[in-house]
Design a protein around this ligand. Structure first.
Ligand code: SF4
Length: 359
């Protein structure tokens, strides 16, 4: 039996720093790291790679979950169709625009417009046009890049959203293990979800793919997902821990151990050193920010305006009304660990450059 040594890990990390990302077996090996000194080596290498590509600048994303209506019934999601406990709302265009403007004024670099698969927007061409008009107005009002997370969308809708100015399309598979997918996203097509991302890319948008840990996945599954993300050529890749939600079929399942998420952040950085990798405030709020940055993340997501009546996803209200998910609160954390918020111009330049490669 092969015995683990610090030397093995060091070799994998040196290779990664020289531009050769870990292969599937090496990813699995790294995911098995438990010893504190092994973990520290991995996190340090991830931070070194972040610094190599992004210096000490971090991008900040504002989050506007403007409709929690959804036609789907994902087993892990608080906002699944059948959950009577979740707050159900659809913000008016005016409220959504105001929230985006508030975030923009606070210093975020992007507006992430997220919704469930709300039939109001998905039902027909008119719905897609309503969403496109909202994107245009927000672009015009804030001058910032916009990410749209509408769920699975048909090619015509994606073309419309891109033409309206959406820079990013976010759609998370959560797993690339078909069996786990079918248990998470009940009654939904794995292929259709993947195709939606490829179509969005063909329509000229940057792609964000995402994973969830603590859902019964193996280290092999995570390594396979990393390969799928490479194939998809995703521009941003996120991992989040499963958090059990009241009123769902997975409510009694234990929350994911955070170390798996942190290690996966680091492995994503080793695998895709120049891509964007978020630290989400949505799992552990502001208290969980430092450890995610320590693992090699270079974007902070889920900044939400306080008192706006807007929800988060995995933690629907954590830290929001207290104002802790704000630019003002994350900046001192960044400064304390030798990082700083990037400028809006730096971020827009990154987005424009990547989009020009797609054209
Ligand atoms: S994860 Fe998204 S698609 Fe699934 S139920 Fe929740 S909001 Fe709907």
């Amino acid at each position: 039996m092969h015995t683990r040594t610090g030397q093995d890990i060091r070799q994998i990390l040196v290779k990664a720093k020289n531009g050769i990302p870990p292969d599937r077996a090496e990813l699995v090996y790294l995911l098995d790291a438990v010893d504190q000194s092994e973990l520290e080596m991995i996190f340090q290498a991830a931070r070194d790679l972040r610094e190599m590509h992004f210096g000490n600048s971090i991008f900040l994303y504002g989050f506007v979950y403007f409709s929690t209506y959804c036609r789907n019934n994902c087993s892990f999601c608080y906002f699944r169709r059948s959950n009577k406990l979740s707050p159900r709302y659809r913000k008016s265009d005016q409220e959504t625009i105001e929230a985006a403007a508030q975030l923009s004024g606070s210093g975020v670099h992007l507006i992430d417009l997220t919704m469930g698969e709300d039939p109001y927007y998905h039902r027909d061409d008119e719905g897609a046009s309503r969403l496109a008009a909202l994107i245009s107005e927000i672009k015009c009002k804030t001058g910032l890049p916009v990410m749209i997370s509408p769920g699975v969308a048909d090619p015509g809708m994606l073309e419309k959203l891109s033409a309206a100015g959406a820079d990013w399309y976010a759609c998370y598979q959560e797993t690339h293990n078909h069996d786990i997918f079918s248990k998470l996203r009940l009654g939904q097509s794995y292929e259709l979800r993947m195709a939606s991302k490829r179509n969005a890319r063909n329509a000229g948008m940057l792609i964000e793919e995402g994973l969830m840990t603590g859902i019964g996945e193996t280290a092999q599954d995570i390594a396979m997902s990393i390969e799928m993300m490479r194939e998809l050529q995703a521009h941003q890749i996120r991992v989040m821990s499963f958090v059990p939600q009241e009123g769902t079929t997975m409510a009694d399942r234990p929350a994911a151990e955070r170390i798996r998420e942190l290690l996966t952040i680091a492995l994503l950085r080793l695998s895709f050193p120049d891509r964007l990798i978020p630290a989400s405030l949505d799992v552990d709020g502001l208290a969980g920010l430092e450890e995610r940055m320590h693992a090699g993340a270079n974007v902070i997501t889920s900044l939400i305006p306080p008192q706006s009546g807007l929800a988060g996803v995995a933690q629907s209200d954590m830290d929001i009304n207290e104002g802790l998910r704000s630019v003002q609160e994350v900046k001192p954390v960044l400064n304390r660990i030798g990082l700083k918020a990037a400028s809006a111009e730096d971020y827009t330049r990154w987005v424009e450059n990547e989009r020009s490669i797609l054209r």
